[in-house]
Design a protein around this ligand. Sequence first.
Ligand code: UTP
Length: 293
Amino acid sequence: MLKKVRKAVFPVGGLGTRFLPATKAMPKEMLPVVDRPLIQYAVDEAREAGIEEFIFVTGRGKVIIEDHFDRSYELESVLQERGKNDVLDALQDSLPNTGSVAYIRQQEPQGLGHAVWCAKRYVGDEPFAVILADDLILSDKACLAQMMETRDELGGGNILAAMEVPHEHTSRYGIIKPGFDDDKKVEVTHLVEKPNPSEAPSNLAVIGRYILEPAVFGILENQARGAGNEIQLTDALSDMLKSSPFYGLRFEGTRFDCGDKIGFLHANVAFALKRDDTARDFGDIIRSIAADL
Ligand code: UTP
């Protein structure tokens, strides 16, 4: 029987240099889109996909992420006294169950591959998901839930979220060399980290959602440093392709790179225009700004 994906790893150990000075004393993952931090969207997505255990790979200066996913008794009692029960309920609902969250320190930000490897003992010998909170996805059904369905359909394997990008942007992503392709699922025959457009095998990029078999840990263990002198997850996945099937899923939804200023601003506009409580007033503001451009 296909093993269920019960655990998700959230690598939040990066330095977020593209977002300085905002990220000097505050983790990038706590930047809010409308009124929720990026990491909250990531955890909500995992919960919607049926994840039961949440493993954060953190680093220096990231403790407010731990506080964010903890009870705040002072705040809760003030909300109760003031009769703000709806806010209180929302706060309590946003917390993962007691005992289902673990934090591991990466100690040194040696790259995404290294961050994932740090979760090895907590994940153990079972398939798991990886979610990068700075890749925010606006969709009707959670991207990870779509990937779980694809894994069920295929009867297992490693699943990567995939997205067509402009050809000239291939050097920003891990790029898939496609095999069998039914326009939704695509077999991954090779992966190349950040290729120049002239060398890219396609314009199908991997973005920050993965369902992986635990064999990846054995490969990451001996993974040499790659691009940017970091231990790259894409390099390990590329090695793993020789022994384990990989599929890309062209998910339904829009992805925003919230590790980047423009992507983050775009996400705020898109989410605010989608939400019932902000869409109308914010829409008026956007229209009036656009009229003056
Ligand atoms: P990025 O490539 O966005 O790097 O990492 P970064 O350090 O966060 O940001 P910039 O490029 O300096 O602005 C992609 C994801 O991998 C995590 C990050 O937290 C982010 O979710 N990461 C990266 C780690 O957890 N550890 C690392 O050593 C590197």
